[in-house]
Write a protein that binds this ligand. Structure first.
Ligand code: PLP
Length: 377
């Protein structure tokens, strides 16, 4: 039933294979991040079965709790809340941390559950989201962690281009390696995971920009959309339509392009602005801002333009499509990161899984035929 996300599991696997091979060639391990698709169990299963995936990670413990039976280690990549400590120990193998008070709770709970929990410390290298900013504080935390009975210091990680928009480069990542070296020599440790960022670090792979010592990347968006996110370049060799959206036309009518009467606020408190394009063939599909970020949708039929959206209605300009669409037809869209996140968390959007066989030669996008997305996360 519409609206639905059409999930192509073969294309997903192809994308994992493509990136996974690139990473292995540089001796990097791959943590696949499942939050983009709200850890949908069938997709998580496909990722778990992929030989290039070393770890599975998500920002939300609810998602990890709902993982199907998986064989790869599970990582909580958002700093844990004190109120979820019990679940973090129970359902994950590794968690990312930046507060010693939280790590003390993790140690106590791990003792209670008779487990050894692995901790990766987040280091903030300028993006100003999470992580240790002050090196002295980082060293103090390590000094205490090495005395804990049920916590193993597993590694260091940095996150970039998420909040501050800082683009990773060799110099920034080298700082993380320097921290690793100083911690290893000060405390006689060997750290297993030095994680150099998310999909925005991927572009460095192609230009030998990942310094020795970094041995892991955490990738979500790159895998499902087929692009790196520092500059938003699509990979020609990857699929950009692993996930597409299908929504159904419930009205098609000729109408003017500018409303008449006195214009006040729209449903979202904004004063709308309209360009007069004369009479239009307007279509309404039954999906809205409760389910989707309409700014992140691109119709696959390039003759269609999106006019706007309210909570439950998405309005399309079908003028160029002549009489090709009728009420009851489905319209397909590409989704950017933001549209994907919302579509997968809306309970009003269904999911359907396909394992299409296709001719590899036919899937490449022609230049200019790419889903041009308007905003990044
Ligand atoms: C979301 C997230 C990722 C994955 O980011 P993508 O851009 O989807 O590759 C990696 N690390 C952390 C800490 C995250 O929150």
């Amino acid at each position: 039933m519409n609206p639905k996300i059409i999930i192509d599991l073969n294309k997903f696997t192809d994308n994992l294979d493509y990136i996974g091979k690139k990473m292995k060639a540089k001796s990097l391990t791959l943590t696949h991040i499942t939050k983009v698709y709200a850890a949908d169990p069938k997709i998580v299963k496909a990722a778990d079965e992929n030989k290039y995936v070393d770890y599975l990670g998500d920002a939300r413990i609810e998602n990890i709790k709902n993982y199907p039976q998986v064989s790869k280690p599970k990582i909580l990549i958002r700093i844990p809340m004190h109120s979820e400590i019990e679940d973090v120990i129970r359902y994950t193998d590794i968690s990312f941390n930046s507060e010693i008070s939280t790590i003390r709770f993790l140690n106590n709970e791990a003792k209670r559950q008779k487990k050894i929990h692995k901790v990766v410390l987040m280091v903030d290298l300028g993006d100003l989201r999470e992580g240790y900013f002050d090196v002295k504080e980082l060293h103090k935390a390590v000094a205490e962690i090495v005395t804990m009975t049920n916590i193993q210091l597993f590694g260091l990680a940095v996150n970039l281009t998420c909040f501050g928009g800082v683009i990773p480069d060799k110099g920034i990542l080298q700082k993380l390696v320097d921290y690793k070296n100083s911690i290893e020599s000060s405390y006689g440790l060997s750290l297993s995971m030095i994680s150099g960022g998310n999909s925005s670090s991927l572009y460095l792979l192609d230009k030998d920009g990942i310094p020795e010592g970094i041995n892991n990347l955490r990738l979500g968006e790159a895998i499902v959309i087929g692009k790196e996110t520092a500059f938003g370049q699509f990979y020609d060799e990857m699929h950009h339509d692993v996930f597409t959206l299908s929504a159904e036309l419930v009205e098609i009518k000729e109408k003017p392009s500018v409303p008449f009467g006195k214009i006040g606020m729209d449903a979202f408190g904004q004063k709308p602005v309209f360009v007069d394009k004369g009479q239009m063939l307007r279509g309404i599909v039954a999906i809205g801002r409760q389910d989707i970020d309409h700014l992140g949708l691109v119709p696959i039929d390039k003759r269609i333009e999106i006019v706007g959206a309210s909570s439950d209605h998405l309005i399309l300009d079908l003028t160029k499509c002549k009489k090709d669409y009728k009420v009851g037809d489905s319209v397909r869209f590409y989704m950017n990161y933001s549209a994907l996140l919302r579509a997968f968390t809306s309970k009003y959007v269904n999911r359907t899984y396909i394992q299409q066989q296709y001719n590899m030669r036919n899937f490449f996008y022609k230049k200019g035929d790419r889903p041009i997305v308007l905003c990044h996360h």
